[in-house]
Each structure stands twice: as C-alpha cells, then as structure tokens.
Write a protein that binds this ligand. Sequence first.
Ligand code: TYD
Length: 221
Amino acid sequence: MLRGRFITLEGLDGSGKTTQLKRLAVWMKKRGTTPVVTRQPGGTATGDRIRDLLLDSRSERLAPLAEMALMFADRAQAIAEVIEPALSSGKAVLCDRFTDSTEAYQGGGRELGSDPVLAMHRVFCGGLQPDLTLLLLPSLQASLERARRRNDRVIAQSGKDEGRFEREQEDFYRRVWNKYCEIAARDAHRVVCVEGDLNIDEVHQQIIEAVSVRIFEATNG
Ligand code: TYD
C-alpha cells in the first residue's frame, strides 16, 4: 500500500487558511482523492480539550514553555489517532496547522527560538514532515483585521472567547510573520508561499497549482 500524502496549511490568524483548506478538500475529492481533514490544536477528543485550555482567554498566565508543551501533546495525540493511521492506510491528510505554527508562534512570537521546537518535534512527532506545506501570507495588516473581526463574531455567537492570541500586540505577530518567512526560506523544498493580498479564488488557484505539481504529478510519475 502506497503511503498517503501529508499536506499542511499555515499562516497567521485571519490569513484565510480554513476557507482554503475546505476548498482544497473539495477539489481533491473531485479528483478522486478524498483527504482526511484535521486541525491543530484539536482534531481529537483529547486535542479539543487541550485546545479549549490553550485558546481560552482565561489561560492568561500560561507560561510559553507550557504552551509549547501543550501544542506538542495535542500533536502527538493527533499523529497517533488520526494522521499516522490515515497516511499508512494510503489516505491523504490535510492538516490546518502543524509544527511550523509552533515554530512561528512559540519559537518566534513567544521568543522561545526554533531549537527547542525542532527538538520537541523530533521527540513528539518522530520527525514526521509534511510532503507539502502551503503558507498563506497576505499582508500583516489585512491578516490582523480579519482575525479581529472573526474573534468578535465568535464571541457574539457563542459567548466563547478564543481571542487570547488575537489580542497579542502587533510586534508579536510581526515576529510570527518573520519566523514563517524564515521557515519558508529554509525549507523551500516543502513550503510553497502564497503571498500578497489576493482574493479567495486567486489563492485557491495557486494552491491547486502547487498541489497538482508537487503531489499529484509527483505521485503519478
Ligand atoms: P484557530 O482558532 O485554529 O486559528 P486559525 O483558524 O487562525 O488557525 O487558533 C489556533 C491558534 O493557536 C492560532 O492563534 C495559532 C495558535 N497556535 C500556536 O500558537 N502554536 C501552535 O503550535 C498551533 C498549532 C497553533
């Protein structure tokens, strides 16, 4: 059995990742490859509980190292329960965020640096790497505005305040942004960057081009 392909989507809060992930899943399905879709943090029952802990604005005193450890606890569970079983049974996996998020947010944003993140990745994820990472990088300003609007909507609809990250200062996001750029330059063989303030269709187009070339054509020949 041929191992499935592992695709991750990355970007700042409000970069439009989730919309693009859904569209990509539909496109892949039409091509005869129905992916397993998951997200981090979350995606398993244990992971959803970790997610609530992490994203709730009330966890304000969470130490950066504790935050990083929880991200990896969530990820280890997702790999064991969802990702690895799917890949080894030949299914493609589409994952909304993976270790690049930890490197960008905890390594960059929280200034823990890349080294502890990469070391934990080796231990907790057994070095599992995506075959392709789609990094959405609209301008920082556009991303921040979208994230704020979305957070206000979530609070209004559910009363659930997931806005701890969105409330961080702009320089936090700038550090996250810079770290993402660093990762893209370092891991250019796996990371495809979709840059600029493009509309949803334009981003989707670039994504399916990358997936066609790097996943489908690579698999077929
Ligand atoms: P989520 O609501 O899933 O946001 P988005 O739709 O933008 O992905 O929230 C995930 C938040 O968690 C987001 O602010 C990024 C952050 N995060 C980290 O800080 N480190 C990580 O390793 C991961 C996976 C997410």
